[in-house]
Design a binder for this molecule. Structure first.
Ligand code: ME8
Length: 509
């Protein structure tokens, strides 16, 4: 398999304000991208903004703005969010950019040429919130007889002329794809849901609208604009110009594509998107992973409840790496999670302050104070040192297998187990006593501990990149090549420890 990976995260819907869901989707994808780079792969990571649709047109009208003006303003907010979250994305694509419009139009033409699109009339339920058509059986009947989506959003009964994509023709091919590629959709429970949905029979999909105009005009009929999901999904391919210029150097990334998405949009990614690509005879993504949803203190997050969690506010109050750590550690990736300040504070105080922060603080301050800040070299290796070496190697081997299965929380667990072993090594050897009784051992304990701190700085890079770099700088590594294979190339012996600051501050509840 190619060494190049293309890791994508859903493009943010530009009409919303950044919330914890946006942060989660992006931070989790950032973790995977960074981890794959650590493993030595060449990774491209993309995010961006999804800017078309009726909701945006209406929001712009209500503010007396042109839709593009509103999109420009809001897209900027999300671009800033990527910096605030310290995402390592290589690209930020907007669906109002020409490169995107060209790609979406290409796909439309290709489907049209292959007789996959026909003109008809759509009558049925539509949710403006999700920009999604619903069968009545997939909606929830309310006590007053009206219908809502499972997430509680309103739906409208609409009738309008529309082009349809012959989705119904692709059920068997899709089922075949899922069967032949058991890892195409994960986790398993979500894969089963998708298979059930497809097995229950697919209707042709309405892929154009005429009742509003904020979208990409269909190239074969300018009275219609493209269904926003057909438009938006092509963003992934457009970021590497796979559709419009498949010979260009970036399009090689299309050979190995991993889409990370929230469970609410799995159907769009695991059914519609592959069906479009199959029908257009184009290459499919390799994997789609659906993560769970966050609630706030046990309650569903919604604007009407007024309990939307603002990631910027949390970062301002508790710190970026504290927030990233919590998101990635608190919940098994793929499960739903509950945000609470108490749980966040617990994680910060126990895992970050007590485990990682104290280890660095105690050992590095000792070098600063007792050895004039010069990191000593190792002098001997006994069974205790071997345990640490082995444990460190296992983080890489076991961790890589875990991330192949998207078990981010498991990886973090074994990294913290390793941190625990290093803490134990330091405590058990009591270097504060050795200083006087056995100088050689004293130096060895500090050397071994610092070497492990360097390794830990690599291990935590995908989780808490800012802290990782901070630790490396403290032990004299200013330029770092983040690759597991190159950890040992980063010499620390003889380096000067630069002022050791507390990595994390304990939070008083
Ligand atoms: O869906 N918990 O954009 P979006 C966890 N533009 N994740 C959540 C969440 C929550 N409470 N709320 C939202 C879109 N998300 C489309 C994508 S891709 C071609 C188009 C996740 O801004 C959601 O599942 O509404 C999705 O992965 C991401 O936030 C962006 O959602």
């Amino acid at each position: 398999m190619t060494d190049k990976y293309y890791i994508t995260t859903p493009i943010y819907y530009v009409n919303d304000k950044p919330h914890i869901g946006h942060a989660y989707t992006s931070v989790a994808t950032d973790f995977i991208a960074r981890f794959m780079r650590l493993k030595g792969h060449d990774v491209r990571f993309q995010t961006g903004t999804d800017e078309h649709g009726l909701k945006i047109q209406k929001a712009a009208e209500s503010k007396g703005k042109e839709p593009l003006e509103l999109c420009d303003e809001n897209s900027r907010i999300f671009r800033d969010l990527t910096t605030t979250l310290d995402l390592s994305n290589d690209d930020f694509i907007r669906t109002t950019e020409q490169r995107h419009i060209d790609g979406a139009s290409f796909l439309w033409n290709r489907l049209h040429e292959r007789n996959q699109i026909y003109l008809g009339e759509y009558t049925g339920w539509y949710s403006i919130n999700d920009e999604t058509f619903y069968n009545e059986k997939d909606l929830v009947k309310q006590s007053d007889g009206s219908f809502k989506t499972v997430t509680g959003g309103p739906v409208d009964w609409i009738t309008e002329k529309s082009y349809f994509f012959k989705l119904s023709e692709w059920s068997d091919k899709l089922l075949d794809l899922y069967k032949k590629n058991p890892d195409f959709i994960s986790p398993k429970s979500k894969r089963n849901e998708v298979i059930k949905f497809v097995e229950s029979g697919l209707n042709d999909l309405s892929v154009s609208r005429t009742s509003f105009n904020w979208g990409i005009k269909t190239p074969t009929d300018n009275d219609h604009i493209m269904y926003v999901w057909l438009d938006a999904l092509t963003c992934y391919a457009n970021g590497v110009k796979y559709l419009t210029d498949s010979e260009n150097e970036l399009s090689v990334y299309w050979n190995n594509v991993v889409h990370i998405v929230g469970k609410d949009i799995l159907r769009h990614h695991a059914v519609y998107w592959p069906a479009f690509l199959l029908a257009a005879d184009l290459k499919l993504p390799n994997k789609i992973f659906a993560h769970g949803w966050w609630t706030n203190e046990g309650k569903k997050i919604s604007k009407s409840l007024g309990n939307v969690i603002d990631p910027i506010e949390i970062i301002n109050n508790y710190g970026l790496d504290q927030f990233r750590y919590f998101l990635l550690r608190e919940v098994p990736f793929g499960n739903d999670g509950d945000f609470s300040v108490k749980a966040l504070v617990n994680r910060i105080n126990s895992d970050l302050v007590n485990d990682l922060g104290n280890l660095c603080q105690r050992s590095l301050t000792m070098i600063e104070k007792k050895l004039e800040s010069i990191i000593p070299g190792k002098t001997s290796k006994g069974p205790n040192e071997e345990i640490l070496e082995k444990s460190s190697e296992e983080v890489i081997i076991k961790g890589s297998n875990m991330i192949d299965e998207f078990k981010i929380h498991e990886y973090i667990r074994i990294v913290w187990e390793h941190i625990g072993r290093v803490n134990k090594y330091f405590n058990d050897n009591k270097p504060w006593e050795l200083e006087k009784s056995d100088e050689e051992k004293f130096l060895n304990v500090l050397a071994v501990t610092t070497e492990q701190i360097r390794n830990i700085a690599f291990f935590i890079n995908p989780i808490i990149p800012e802290t990782s770099i901070k630790i490396l700088k403290t032990i004299g590594i200013d330029e770092c090549q983040f690759s597991f294979k190159k950890i040992n190339n980063h010499n620390i012996v003889g380096n000067n420890i630069s002022s050791v600051n507390h990595l994390f501050t304990r939070i008083q509840e």
